[in-house]
Design a protein around this ligand. Sequence first.
Ligand code: SF4
Length: 226
Amino acid sequence: MHEIRAKSILSPRGGINVYRGCTHGCVYCDSRSACYQMDHAFEDVAVKVNAPELLEDALRRRRRRCMVGTGSMCDPYLPLERETRLTRRCLEVIERQGFGVSVLTKSDLVLRDLDLLKRINQTAKAVVCTTFTFDEDLCRVLEPGVCTTRRRFEMLKACREAGIAACVWLCPILPFLNDTEENLRGVLGYCFDAGAEAMSTSAWASRCGRGTGSTFTPSWTGTSPA
Ligand code: SF4
């Protein structure tokens, strides 16, 4: 990892990424695409050390309240978040400024911040969203750096018990890998048992180009991503 000072943090649509890059190692990851013009190795995560200050300033100037979303380009609960606590500090800002938050994560570290999410949920709204591959063995291959499917199910359940909306993003559905009836029924069963309130999906983008088109296949066949 390396530290940087970002120039801005809040996108016009209310999205934030306190990290740039990711260490979860999902073999289908689209965020490592060359189209995002990352100037460092994807796994050498850039830590935006001034993210909380930038966010405080941006939310203060925002005229209308909205949901702040995080988790679209990297996971806000990477292992290094245990030390940096940047995501937590941004949640504190969001609470202070009276905004809502939507967190997309594949890590149970989000449960560390359940106290904050509960408070945000009381005044605005908090949503926690994750993804599932029902088959644990397949999950270990496709998403080697994230907590198990079972643990993510428990994570959603804990959120629901705390009164926080839990959602599942059924993505990516990979042809011949996790598009089986058994996997889809298994995911639906997890959603039902966890009390998930919503489920969505979208098309998976397999981009071609430097550092991208070759990401999926070599990883799947056991060699390192390009
Ligand atoms: S968690 Fe998201 S950003 Fe990180 S490797 Fe997986 S797909 Fe990519």
